[in-house]
Design a protein around this ligand. Structure first.
Ligand SMILES: CC(C)(COP(=O)(O)OP(=O)(O)OC[C@H]1O[C@@H](n2cnc3c(N)ncnc32)[C@H](O)[C@@H]1OP(=O)(O)O)[C@@H](O)C(=O)NCCC(=O)NCCS
Length: 423
């Protein structure tokens, strides 16, 4: 089949151009087994395309072939923002909308789109790429390694809930209407991005989701979305927020957290205490919590807090190894030569890593490699969310034992990365 690979043209205002854009969106919905997107959803997506300068690539059947038309048989889109690497905000290629029509699967359509996307990013000097995935077995072959996790937590907010004696968060919580709070919400998201390793800059479509203007799954305004913010003492500053929905499950009410972030223990614990105090609600659930969420350590009864699942979240791929490794913190001083293998070649090569006082100087080297790892493993090592010792102990980092141990000591960071935002 002579497939036609092309990018969507967003400047084409003709009827055919508009139809092709709606058809592209339809292909994505079909790929994720969702209903046909109503025009409103197409409009929400088009706002994001414009705000984030999204590139939408697709594969179409050649004209005249049975089944040919405006709906592509494979899709992939991307946009460029930033990743907090621990010492910097580096340019990041964010990839999404990866689908293939089931009648055309396993013919290499996604391989072509993905490899074109990575080559384009590398040619533009973008050092990192990332995605959030539906299946964990797909992206390692393109050098992506799992890098951050989201924890599913469930907190019993009945009489069992309470903070330990002596823990009394300062400040206060006030509810706000999410519909007119975007300036505040986006400011807090930006601060989170600046301060938290592993976080990505906010994609444009979050404005619709976090203000309740549009619920992607329900395909209507999100009338149930509620928001509360935490204020420091004397209302000097807003230093945290929670977005949540109260839902019914098995006849019992729960508060489902959509987003929770607090800068400092007062904000974080204050917001959790607020959630736990909502009347008629028996549990709080959050399916993308920070695995390092401190609330459990503040509870009088640890049994009120349950982890129900742990999920991979952000997958990271290094395209420019010296730039990326130079922008990450290092926990120990050390000097070693590592060799990266990469099927697509972007990260391939030998590099000297010289770390001192938390900062590494990284350059290409012709010296003998002491340590070897794949691009996928490097992606997992990068943000410090996957234990380097686990990568060593499973044979994913190999080489001279002392050098491997040195890399593990250098790469193991004292805090966990966390990303709030899927895309
Ligand atoms: C995942 C999906 C996009 C793959 O598309 P595709 O066009 O069939 O992929 P390709 O033919 O280009 O396959 C490329 C490689 O990925 C592998 N692969 C594809 N889908 C896979 C899957 N679900 N699990 C494991 N490997 C997979 C192929 O075996 C192939 O491997 P190889 O080249 O090393 O032999 C497609 O199955 C799909 O639309 N799935 C539903 C939506 C989805 O899950 N999207 C991913 C969102 S993160």
């Amino acid at each position: 089949m002579d497939y036609e690979y092309a990018a969507l043209d967003f400047s084409d205002e003709s009827e055919a151009g508009r139809e092709r854009r709606a058809a592209w969106m339809q292909a994505v919905s079909q790929g994720f087994h969702q209903g046909r997107p109503p025009q409103e959803q197409v409009d929400v997506w088009l706002r994001h395309v414009e705000a984030d300068d999204v590139e939408c690539r697709g594969v179409w059947l050649p004209e005249g072939a049975f089944g040919a038309g405006p709906v592509p048989v494979a899709t992939t889109s991307w946009f460029d923002k930033t990743l907090n690497t621990g010492r910097d905000l580096l340019p990041l290629r964010m990839i999404t909308d990866v689908t293939t029509n089931p009648a055309h699967r396993r013919r290499g359509l996604i391989r072509t789109l993905m490899e074109d996307c990575l080559s384009d990013a590398a040619a533009r000097g973008i050092p990192l790429a990332a995605l959030t995935v539906s299946e964990t077995t797909i992206y390692g072959r393109w050098g992506f390694g799992v890098a951050t996790f989201g924890e599913h937590v469930e907190v019993d907010t009945g009489p069992r809930f309470g903070l330990r004696p002596g823990i009394e968060p300062a400040g206060r919580v006030e509810m706000v209407d999410p519909r007119d709070s975007w300036p505040l919400i986006s400011r807090l998201l930006d601060r989170h991005h600046r301060e938290h390793r592993g976080s990505v800059a906010t994609p444009g479509f979050y404005e619709d989701i976090y203000t309740g203007r549009y619920h992607w799954m329900e395909r209507s305004p999100d009338a149930k979305l509620r928001a509360a913010v935490h204020l420091t003492e004397e209302d000097a500053e807003v230093d945290g927020m929670v977005l949540y929905r109260v839902e019914k499950e098995d006849g019992k009410r729960l508060a489902r957290v959509v987003c929770l972030l607090g800068f400092g223990a007062d904000a974080y614990l204050g917001l959790w205490r607020f959630l736990a105090g909502i009347d008629l609600v028996e549990r709080v659930v959050w399916h993308a919590a920070d695995p390092a969420d401190p609330v459990r350590w503040a509870l009088a009864d640890l049994g009120a807090f349950k982890t129900t699942a742990m999920e991979d979240f952000l997958w990271v791929r290094l395209l420019d190894v010296p730039m990326a490794l130079g922008a990450r913190p290092w926990a120990a001083d050390g000097d070693l030569v590592l060799e990266v293998t990469d099927a697509q070649g972007h990260a391939s090569g030998r590099y000297r890593l010289l770390a001192k006082d938390g900062v590494a100087d990284v350059s290409r080297s012709d010296d003998r490699a002491e340590v070897a790892l794949s691009a996928e493993t490097l992606g997992s090592l990068y943000l410090g969310g996957v234990p380097a010792s686990g990568l060593r102990d499973t044979g994913r980092i190999t080489g001279d034992r002392a050098a491997v141990d040195r890399l593990v000591a250098m790469a193991t960071l004292p805090t966990q990365p966390f990303n709030l935002l899927g895309f």
